[in-house]
Design a protein around this ligand. Structure first.
Ligand code: LMR
Length: 400
């Protein structure tokens, strides 16, 4: 049987982490995979997660199945976290339905299957560039993918007019994949005014927003990062939100995600949810409980929730502080590229805008790992490696 299979290449992001792990240089730096690291280079278990986990387990009386849609406390907590005050109105009108998923990837995949059931000819418009796994996840559910312009590598700015012009060409009912905040891989986020304009366009052209919300709280703040999602949920009839707790709760390996359907009315919202449950049943039946149980516990406990917000802010502030130091350091150390854009971007990622040859030189000669696209994870930079990173990046770009 297996002799009919070719060996496939490693995943471009996860595979590079394996290469990094095998590199025995003591000064190696991992700026590749999107995982938060503290100043010592560790990806810590949040203190609040340790506490929530302990209490959740102490109170747990069974390991029997939970409801197929997921943990009730997790789902209500996530709906409120994502939608804020409009959650109440949508909920009382039966216009919001949530399903727990194995990570944000699970949400994206199940959402794509529901879109495919609802409209088999649905086209999904995705930004150029977008996260490397969007296309495989959405495409393998059978949907057609078309690109819209988003980020100009030369000017390091969002090509918003071009984006709108491209979406003007979309057909009614097409889906538009949007990054709610902390755009992966560019770090270039839409302003509130741009979200407003995009909402208007989606309304007038009857386009369906499919929003990936993987980094709530990692950009400007829990509320600020939700601006676009809430604007669209308040003004449009229908949309989908795929959320992840990998980053903001540091629960990467627990695979905690949520899929939110906002529907035009009660019946169609319930129908969308029922298709998600059937898609899940056909594949993994229901999402794992453990991580979602912790998140649900924290979100419903005032003391733990406050403690979580403080820990989340400190991760965010560290990333934003590193952005400033990296930008200043690079601008002082070399004279080929103006790196000021790094400080105006949000979340873990930025495109350095350097060539693939320079990326490989950084990896081979200096053990600094970044993606071939030149995406760096700013959260991998720390007090102990920033001088080294700045010096080596400057040395490769200045020799050009
Ligand atoms: C990333 O973009 O590096 C992260 O989202 C991890 C992943 O699964 O690719």
């Amino acid at each position: 049987m297996f002799d009919h299979l070719d060996l496939l290449p490693e995943d471009p992001i996860l595979g590079l982490s394996q290469v990094f792990a095998k590199d025995d240089r003591s000064d190696k730096v991992n700026l590749a995979v999107g995982v938060y690291q503290d100043d010592s280079g560790n990806t810590p278990v949040l203190e609040v997660v340790k506490q929530g986990q302990r209490r959740m387990l102490d109170e747990q009386i069974s390991k029997a199945y939970i409801a197929q849609a997921g943990d009730v406390k997790f789902l209500s907590g996530m709906s409120e976290l994502i939608l804020g005050s409009i959650n109440l109105n949508l909920d009382s009108a039966g216009r919001v339905a949530a399903v727990q998923t194995p990570g944000g990837c699970g949400a994206l995949r199940i959402a794509s299957e529901v879109l495919g059931k609802s409209r088999p000819d649905c086209t999904v418009w995705v930004s150029t560039p977008t996260w490397a796994n969007h296309q495989p996840l959405i495409g393998s559910a059978g949907l057609t993918i078309v690109a819209y312009p988003y980020y100009d590598l030369n000017s390091k700015t969002i090509q918003f007019d071009d984006m709108l012009a491209a979406l003007e060409q979309a057909s009614a009912g097409d889906a538009v994949l949007l990054h709610a905040c902390c755009h992966n891989p560019t770090g270039a986020d839409l302003t509130s005014a741009q979200w407003d304009a995009l909402t208007k366009l989606c309304k007038s052209k009857d386009l369906f927003p499919f929003i990936d919300f993987a980094y709530q709280g990692f950009g400007q703040g829990l509320q600020e990062d939700a601006y676009g999602v809430r604007k669209m949920a308040a003004e449009l009839d229908e949309l989908i939100i795929s959320a992840s707790c990998s980053k903001n709760f540091g629960l990467y390996r627990e695979r905690v995600g949520a899929l939110l359907f906002i529907g035009a009315e009660r019946e169609s919202t319930a129908a969308a949810k029922s298709h998600a449950l059937v898609a899940a049943r056909r594949s993994y039946t229901m999402a794992p409980y453990h991580g979602a149980g912790i998140v649900g516990y924290i979100l419903h406990n005032a003391e733990l929730r406050a403690a979580w917000e403080i820990e989340l802010s400190s991760m965010r502030n560290r990333i934003n502080g590193m952005r400033k130091r990296l930008c200043d350091g690079l601008n002082q150390a070399q004279s080929t590229i103006d790196f000021s854009f790094i400080d105006g971007q949000w979340g873990m990622f930025s495109f350095l805008g350097i060539s693939k040859e320079h990326v490989l030189e950084l990896r081979d000669k200096f053990g600094i790992y970044i993606l071939e696209s030149s995406r760096i994870n700013v959260a991998g930079i720390s007090d102990s490696n920033i001088d080294y990173v700045v010096e080596k990046i400057a040395s490769v770009v200045d020799q050009a």
